[in-house]
Design a protein around this ligand. Structure first.
Ligand code: M6R
Length: 591
């Protein structure tokens, strides 16, 4: 979703902002713009389209100012066009702002401001904040920002510059991501850490309701009452290269290939011991929800604690859940997903103890939790989540295991050794890449794919179908294998690919019977299975892909890897934008 970037220093603000916006473009956007403070005036350049379109427009204006703000917009209110692109200015062009989030009461504010003579030129919710800021401006932009915030409901990270003030860049946040950083004589703000990495790895995060003033001499944060507070920063362990594609054609392929390395490390936890609860609630969206499904399986299997996975956006309606001694594990790669944040708040209000599992140190979710687990996946920039998923699954397995140990559950004596072997199994799974490409290339125009499995394999099937939908745009269904004949089997038609995941010995026989039922109706059947299941699988499937010889308990962490590759190569074959699929945003910061 929208990305914001701000700069003050001695360098060319336009170049620095464009570079930052390029880095933030993974979030998904359809227009972009910048505002530069130069010689007592604000110069706004914005356009529908890509950063390159903006770059071309900027080249014509040759701006040399050293203070400015920039934005990538993912349209919510009003179509993607030049007028709706940010920055937005007050009517006189003296204040410019960029905004990430949603101003929920924008219609009331628009009416109030229109009555007071303000003219709106865009359809956006953001423009009312620009006019309101001007309406409340008394020569002190910091004070006006704080006042403006009192009238705004919704979520926002706003950065502002003023034509009259060449010495400062202002920002405020509530519920939307914002990170700040400095390095000798320069200060930066951004929606996400990767855009700061070329300049600094020490990052500061303002709390909700806080404002900050960025100057060439440093950053001052003010609390919600406007009082200055000492800021603390944290060190980011990734470097610039980890946020770049390197030799890979796409981030997604790089991130799929990083999984052996990611699976070599356990998550970092902010608290040493997470005491075993009486029950666990797991909240997440999309791929993170699938990690919750696997997590619930691991928690029940390894600790015996009842575990309930919930789609975060649906959670509010689960009112009768018992919350006494309940751990709520909120899972989110970004730690900024609005649905997950909102569900986590609800769970805390209902009495649950919040554990955040994120891939982003300092994210909103990790800061609101009483304990934070950080996955060691490094920046994930492809919209389709891959390495974050496997590292979330592993982190949840570690948590389940530690709760099991606290409750005196016996563990397989080889378990530790098996965990050490995960990276090698991930590498082995990656070696099927050529075979997978050869299988999918001639099938990338099929109109429908089915993925089936039972138990933990049904989770893998769901995640595989989501990857297919997201990046290939091919309708893809995931079904628990046993559920097929209760309705969805009506969709099976000759030549349709049905892909079964079989790694759980207790279910393999039944799943293969279900696969045979599809084959009998003309489907082209594929099976991903463990080596000792291969013979039986060949009887039910037209194609068999053998997974590494690994324990069934760990198989769901590895078996998704070839299916990620399958989706990736299908999307490439279809000539699609793998890293930035249509309509999607990496970080979904609105509910
Ligand atoms: O940042 P989060 O993990 O909270 O994001 C949740 C979902 O939006 C995300 O997993 C989404 O489903 C991915 N695009 C899936 O590949």
């Amino acid at each position: 979703m929208c990305g914001i970037m701000g700069y003050i220093g001695s360098g060319n603000a336009q170049d620095i902002l464009l570079k930052g916006l390029e880095t933030l473009s993974y979030r998904g956007y359809d227009s972009a713009g910048i505002a530069i403070q130069q010689e007592g005036a604000l110069h706004v350049v914005k356009t529908r389209g890509q950063i390159d379109d903006l770059r071309k427009k900027c080249a014509a204006s040759q701006l040399s100012g050293t203070l400015g703000i920039g934005h990538t917009r993912w349209a919510t209110h009003g179509e993607a066009n030049d007028l709706n692109a940010h920055p937005h200015t007050d009517g006189r062009g003296r204040i410019a702002i960029v905004h990430n989030g949603i101003i929920e009461n924008h219609l009331q504010l628009r009416n109030m401001l229109t009555e007071r003579g303000y003219t709106f030129v865009s359809d956006t919710d953001t423009e009312c904040a620009a006019h309101l800021l001007h309406f409340l401006y008394d020569g002190d932009l910091l004070r006006s920002l704080l006042l403006t915030a009192r009238y705004l409901t919704g979520s926002y990270a706003i950065a502002a510059v003023c034509a009259d003030d060449p010495s400062a860049l202002y920002c405020i946040r509530s519920g939307s991501p914002l990170v700040l950083g400095t390095c000798s004589g320069e200060a930066f703000l951004s929606s996400d850490i990767p855009a700061l990495l070329p300049y600094t790895r020490d990052v500061t995060v303002p709390e909700d309701g806080e404002t900050a003033v960025l100057r060439r001499t440093g950053i001052q944060i003010y609390n919600a009452k406007g009082r200055p507070r000492k800021s603390t920063s944290f060190h980011v362990s990734w470097d610039v290269q980890s946020a770049e594609k390197g030799d890979y054609p796409h981030y997604m392929l790089k991130e799929i290939h990083q999984q052996p390395q990611v699976l070599a490390s356990p998550p970092v936890t902010s608290h040493k011991t997470l005491n075993s609860p009486q029950q666990a609630l797991l909240l997440g969206c999309g791929t993170a929800y699938h990690a919750c499904l696997l997590g619930a399986y691991y928690i029940e299997r390894l600790s015996g604690i009842p575990a309930h996975p919930e789609i975060a956006s649906e959670y509010a309606s689960r009112i009768a859940f018992p919350y006494k001694n309940c751990a709520c594990i909120a899972v989110s790669q970004s730690g900024e997903t609005a649905d997950t944040l909102s569900a986590a708040h609800t769970a805390v209000n209902r009495g649950a103890n919040l554990i955040a599992l994120t891939n982003t140190l300092g994210s909103s979710l990790s800061r609101m939790a009483s304990a934070a687990l950080v996955t060691p996946a490094g920046p994930e920039l492809a919209v389709a989540s891959t390495k974050a998923y496997t590292s979330q699954a592993l982190a949840l397995l570690h948590l389940a295991r530690s709760w099991g140990a606290q409750l005196g559950k016996e563990e397989d004596p080889l378990f530790e050794e098996h965990l050490q072997h995960l990276p090698a199994w991930a590498n082995e799974a990656l070696k099927t890449e050529k075979l997978l490409k050869a299988y999918i290339d001639p099938r990338a125009d099929k109109p429908l794919f089915f993925f089936i499995g039972r138990g933990a394999d049904a989770v893998t099937a769901k995640e595989a179908a989501l990857k297919f939908k997201e990046i290939t745009y091919i309708p893809s269904e995931a079904y628990p294998a046993g559920e097929l004949k209760h309705g969805a089997i009506a969709l099976i038609h000759p030549g349709m690919p049905v892909i079964a995941v079989c790694t759980q010995p207790q279910w393999v026989h039944k799943t293969l019977i279900n696969l045979s039922e599809c084959r009998a109706r003309g489907a082209e059947c594929v099976c991903f299975c463990l080596p000792h299941m291969e013979k039986e699988a060949r009887e039910a499937a037209d194609f068999v892909f053998t997974l590494p010889d690994m324990p069934p308990l760990l198989a769901p962490i590895i078996s998704i890897i070839p299916l990620q590759l399958l989706a990736y190569y299908a999307a490439c074959k279809r000539g699609l934008n793998v890293d930035k699929p249509r309509n999607l945003a990496k970080s979904v910061t609105v509910e």
